[in-house]
Design a protein around this ligand. Structure first.
Ligand SMILES: Cc1cc2nc3c(=O)[nH]c(=O)nc-3n(C[C@H](O)[C@H](O)[C@H](O)COP(=O)(O)OP(=O)(O)OC[C@H]3O[C@@H](n4cnc5c(N)ncnc54)[C@H](O)[C@@H]3O)c2cc1C
Length: 571
């Protein structure tokens, strides 16, 4: 018989990436009981850990990264983030990130993050481990309760307020429920929704479905960022190589051997010239353009085995041996593939979801007692994210969410037996003797990801998205009808269902936005349309349906609108 263990805590934090751990540390400073749960090992298998470690804040003279633009002051960082986000960002959130960012980055040292190399977390591989390890240790030392292997399946809401969360403890083989005055969703994004992606398999958008089911809104879900230089070489891992572009200035070529970026980004000169020299802008700040150019070449029949070629043959042999990053790339990423002899196949992959749970400046969601931070949220990056802001966001808003949750936890929540039993029964109803159905689930997961990549990916059309929507709905139904034998298998089933549900949310939002903006590109509406589409899209769950609404964007800093994103005419 599957039973439930009910635990008490003041603040429950779901997710142990940068956002979750920073929230935990902050909440604990207020003396409240803090519990951090993660569906896998704490701090180990998330985007923060596998990130490139490039963090950005206006710290002139202190913070200098190899491949992100420098800012002289927070105001300049703010302006750049808004211009890049093409105004879908919430100005208030961007102000908070850019103005609080410098202090939050410097403060990381006091939290044990001492592996910065000029504030570029480059010492370790994966780069983000230089951040993750110390944050886990600090949270533990401060007395946070850390619970790995805990998959949260629902937020418990009673009387319109959050009173805790429930899930399954896959390590101990039982259900779990937490009674807590405040819950923080810090579950990261949903890039795994796409067949080609550059994240861990855990980024399945669980936080989005948790928030929807609890009654909170998501925003700007159509915006998904794709990393250009993700390996597509048969037999090699699907990991990104952009450090190789940044450091070695590799050249992207089509099957005809052409250095094709020149066609798409007229300011680019053919040959091995760093992006910064050509644009005054780093590759990480222009990646949606590069990704689009790559898939356009393939769609036009100029691809090679469905991909393009990344040419690094000019890199001197000594450079590979002398540089730690390149040694790692050669050993782990390339597995003996000799990039000095032939170009490696690359194709973009999803890296981050930029939409997410709607929050205010204190990380409050629409549901009292429910907070969110990091990639799980929307509104910080708008339609495109600047390099380095992906790590700054969880550090800044993690701290804010922790503070807000600590303050809101000053209530004595009561969780009814019925609510806990409902959550347990939901899990039990999926478990059955008989076949494990893992193969079926694997196929369904693959179908969701393929549908999203092929029909709701980088080059979108209304027709393809319309065809994808019923497929995603049907796939979700098929997952719902699939039983499993164990709680570990339950996790795979839940994640597959979440991928189908989140894919559906993204597709719906992408279908509605009939223009192109930032990372959202509609080939049937290739221009940005400020007359019609200066709106944010919000979505809520309404029974089995999704209810989308629009809110007009009213910029306070209207002079921004007059600025061109790249200062060049882009075809
Ligand atoms: C390969 C890669 C490189 C990147 N490089 C950079 C970079 O150099 N600079 C930059 O600024 N940004 C970068 N980014 C983006 C940035 O790293 C992420 O946006 C950011 O780290 C997200 O942090 P987070 O804490 O919100 O989520 P994550 O770090 O992804 O953590 C989320 C955690 O939630 C847990 N979780 C999820 N669902 C559940 C559930 N149901 N129950 C319990 N736990 C759950 C997960 O297991 C995970 O541990 C990169 C991203 C990737 C994928």
């Amino acid at each position: 018989m599957l039973n439930t263990r009910l635990e008490d805590t003041d603040v429950l934090i779901i997710g142990s990436g940068g956002a979750g751990l920073r929230a935990a540390i902050e909440a604990r400073r207020y003396g409240v009981k803090v519990t951090v749960v993660d569906k896998v090992v704490l701090g180990m298998n998330n985007s923060t850990r596998y990130s490139g470690g490039g963090i950005k804040a206006a710290l002139p003279g202190i913070l200098s990264t190899a491949y992100t633009t420098q800012y002289e002051c927070p105001r300049e960082h703010f302006r750049q983030a808004m211009i890049h986000g093409e105004y879908l960002n919430d100005e208030a959130l961007v102000e908070i990130m850019t103005f609080e960012g410098p202090a939050r980055v410097l403060e990381l040292k006091s939290l044990g993050v001492d592996t910065f190399d000029a504030m570029y977390l480059k010492v370790h591989y994966p780069h983000g481990s230089g951040l993750m390890g110390p944050l886990v240790n600090t949270a533990r030392k401060m007395g946070c309760t850390l619970r790995p292997g805990m998959v949260i399946t629902r937020i418990l809401v009673e009387g319109g307020r959050v009173v805790g969360a429930a899930g399954v403890d896959i390590y101990r083989g039982r259900c779990a429920a937490f009674r807590s005055g405040a819950v923080v969703i810090a579950t990261g994004g949903a890039a795994e929704t796409f067949l080609r992606n550059d994240t861990t398999v855990n980024t399945t958008g669980d936080g989005y479905t948790l928030a929807l089911d609890a009654g909170a809104s998501l925003r700007d879900m159509e915006i998904v960022q794709f990393e250009p230089y993700v390996q597509a070489e048969p037999g090699l891992p699907m990991l990104d190589r952009h450090e190789a572009e940044a450091e070695f200035h590799g050249v992207l070529r089509n099957a005809l051997g052409e250095d094709f970026l020149v066609k798409y980004l007229p300011a680019v000169k053919a040959g091995q010239v760093p992006f910064e020299e050509q644009f005054g802008m780093a590759l990480t700040d222009i990646r949606e353009r590069v990704a689009r150019a790559m898939v356009t070449e393939v769609a036009a029949g100029r691809g090679d085995q469905g991909a393009v070629l990344f040419d690094l043959r000019h890199v001197p042999a000594g450079k590979w041996e002398s540089d730690f990053a390149s040694q790692y790339a050669r050993k782990v990423l390339l597995r003996g593939f000799d990039v000095q002899k032939k170009p490696v196949h690359v194709l973009p992959g999803a890296i981050c979801t930029l939409g997410g749970i709607a929050i205010d400046g204190d990380c409050r969601t629409d549901v009292p007692g429910l907070f969110a931070a990091g990639e799980a949220t929307g509104g910080v990056h708008g339609a495109a994210r600047l390099g380095g802001d992906g790590l700054l966001d969880p550090i800044v808003f993690g701290a804010r969410a922790g503070r807000s949750a600590a303050l809101a936890s000053n209530v004595a929540p009561s969780v009814s037996k019925e609510l806990v039993e409902e959550a347990r029964a939901e899990v039990a109803s999926v478990l059955a003797e008989g076949p494990a159905n893992l193969e079926i689930l694997g196929k369904l997961r693959d179908q969701v990801k393929r549908t999203m990549w092929e029909q709701v990916g980088i080059l979108r059309t209304g027709e393809a998205i319309a065809a994808a929507i019923p497929v995603l709905d049907e796939l979700a139904e098929r997952v719902r009808a699939t039983k499993v034998r164990s709680l570990r298998q339950f996790k795979s089933r839940l994640e597959t269902l979440n991928l189908a549900r989140v894919g559906r949310v993204i597709a719906g939002a992408a279908q509605r936005r009939m223009e192109s903006r930032g990372a959202h590109f509609r080939t049937d509406f290739p221009q940005r349309d400020d007359e019609r589409w200066m709106v944010n899209q919000f979505v809520r769950q309404d029974g089995r349906k999704l209810a989308y609404t629009e809110r007009p964007i009213r910029l306070r800093t209207t002079e921004l609108l007059k600025q061109s994103k790249f200062g060049i005419e882009v075809k």
